[in-house]
Design a protein around this ligand. Structure first.
Ligand SMILES: Nc1ncnc2c1ncn2[C@@H]1O[C@H](COP(=O)(O)OP(=O)(O)O)[C@@H](O)[C@H]1O
Ligand SMILES: [Mg+2]
Length: 337
């Protein structure tokens, strides 16, 4: 049984006076023990909302979320509190996610105090110290305030705080995207080592394909709150079977990896407003490979290979298709490089 099983997850938000944002649309995914699933897509594609739904920080409109077979949505408040120790999160902006008035040691201790209130002061201190050391900080830094630390050290505090309850699943929501490249590499290495040591499962949310290939075992590509393609890292990166994935990769291969793809124009035109989802294939209006029936027929995920799924009805795509997508991607203006 996978550690995490998500089925049919759907979430919309009212937008005052301007309809409903369909942020997450019928998303299903699984994560095994010790496995990293990367969730990639442009800004606004619904990545963080999926993370928050899985952690049950917000409630879905539809769908099920199971950890170890237990349906999170049926838990009582006290059962959910206990379950939260097993699921933690690391956010994009380390400084903003840390209480600036608390000392590092107290920030890291806090989740453990909540989940294991019977722990003695001495045991608590030992666990904090051990966890700080595990993320490459030293015990003296427990006395510091977050502002006295570098960005990379602050993110190590965020990781220590997530780890101290010994979770099974950690949602990493763009954990390195606010850090310098050299610091990013260190943080990714720590996350990688911690996964090996503790058999952690990660939902790794990112728009940076270079970091995805370092950490991910499998990849899910999100567009307008819908998974376009999902599969093992090698399959999705080396043999992408959706025009959107191809455009995303072409933009990356073509540019400095530090450039955010959200600043690049994928395909032609703009992402449609998520208050008005397209009727057929969500990519129809922007797709260089589209056919007439893509306008009306809703796209469904099909099996394309071993554990590889995609929505494009033209899949399997060949090299000519890839060239069409890459070229259409290149001809759109406003792109650096
Ligand atoms: N609390 C909210 N209220 C209204 N709209 C929201 C809320 N949270 C997210 N959204 C909208 O949902 C969509 C997906 O957002 P998000 O999950 O943050 O995307 P990502 O993390 O991929 O950038 C966006 O259109 C965003 O504006
Ligand atoms: Mg986000």
């Amino acid at each position: 049984m996978p550690l995490l099983t998500v089925e049919g997850l759907t979430k919309s938000f009212p937008r005052t006076g301007r309809g409903t944002v369909h942020a997450v649309n019928d998303v299903s995914l699984e994560i095994d023990r010790g496995e990293t699933l990367a969730l990639i897509g442009e800004s606004g594609s619904g990545k963080s909302t999926i993370g928050r739904l899985i952690l049950r920080l917000i409630e879905p409109d539809a769908g099920t979320i199971k950890i170890d077979g237990t349906d999170l949505l049926t838990l009582s408040n006290s059962e959910l509190r206990a379950m939260r120790a097993k699921m933690q999160v690391v956010f994009q902006e380390p400084y903003e996610s840390l209480n600036p008035k608390m000392r590092v040691g107290d920030i890291v201790a806090e989740p453990l105090e909540i989940h294991e209130p019977s722990l003695s002061r001495a045991d608590l201190r030992d666990r904090v110290r051990a966890t700080l050391e595990e993320v490459g900080l030293n015990a003296d830094q427990a006395e510091r305030l977050p502002r006295g630390l570098s960005g990379g050290q602050q993110q190590r505090v965020g990781i220590a705080r997530a780890l101290i309850t010994r979770p099974a699943l950690v949602v990493l929501d763009e954990p390195t995207s606010s850090l310098d490249l050299s610091v990013q590499a260190q943080i990714l290495e720590i996350l990688h080592d911690l996964q090996e040591t503790h058999g952690l499962s990660y939902l790794y949310i990112s728009h940076d394909l270079s970091t995805v290939s370092y950490l991910a075992h499998r990849v899910a590509v999100l567009y307008l709150g819908q998974i376009r393609e999902q599969g093992p890292l090698e399959a999705v990166v080396q043999n992408p079977q959706d025009p959107y994935t191809q455009a995303l990769l072409a933009a990356f291969l073509d540019s400095d990896v530090s450039v955010s793809p959200s600043r690049l124009r994928m395909l032609s035109g703009e992402i449609p407003d998520p208050t008005q989802l397209p009727e057929g294939c969500f990519l129809y209006g922007r797709c260089p490979l589209r056919m007439d029936k893509c306008r009306s027929d809703p796209s469904v995920l099909r099996v394309l290979g071993s554990k590889h799924y995609g929505r494009c009805i033209r899949a399997p795509l060949n090299d000519d298709d890839w060239n069409i997508v890459a070229d259409s991607n290149r001809t759109v203006g406003d792109r650096p490089g």
